[in-house]
Design a protein around this ligand. Sequence first.
Ligand SMILES: O=C(O)CCC(=O)C(=O)O
Length: 252
Amino acid sequence: MDSPSSPIRLPASLEASKIHALPAAAYYIADFISEEEEQAILHKVETAPKARWRQLTHRRLQTWPSDLVKDTLLGARPLPAWLEDPVVARILSIPVSESEPNLFASSPHGRPNHVLINEYPPNTGIMPHKDGSAYYPVVCTVSLGSSLCLNLYKSKEDGALDPEPVWRILQEPRSLLVTTADLYSEYLHGIEPISTDVDISEQTIANWSLLRSPSPYQDGLNERQTRTSLTYRDVLKVSKLGNKLRPLFKRL
Ligand SMILES: O=C(O)CCC(=O)C(=O)O
């Protein structure tokens, strides 16, 4: 049962959680998981076997159930129970509209089959990028531990990245952010490697009206702590052969 101090609040339909400032369907649910669920997931992330972590220069990450090989998930293994429940069940329980029972109703596997876990201590970010062709274009991100801003960028006419973000989305701990369609394919997303998000206001944050509470940001600042994200996606190609090939690849 959820404690009264950290209720979850799911909308009857995603329409109520739509980020209207954005050009394609995107949704934000501030209280998607409870504080107890957040702590339980963080505990599982922190106590995962060391070999699960891949250390990049400034950031470390885990991939579940395994890394992709040539955009393919090898083997039809399920996600571990702690990544399925409560998050996947809850994502699938929310209708998008009257005619669309959930976000993955039309995806190849009908549900997310892959989770990337990224850890961002203060001053850590991720370069602006697109997610590529490996996934169905619905991205569900659960944030844990701390708030930060995700920036959306557009390429200029000459193809170079315009370094000024077009939109900023503030992601609070325990929230779910969903991006789809053009936001996935036409825009880049990234997180600045800074310790404090600045200039936070109703005018600059696309999901301001959907925040759990804007009051911590009245001075326009968000001092970051370590934020961990769970990115749920449906990998289009799954190879059953993978069960035999898996021993050939590291960390699978
Ligand atoms: O941590 C996030 O919110 C973004 C992760 C991301 O950009 C990705 O997985 O491609």
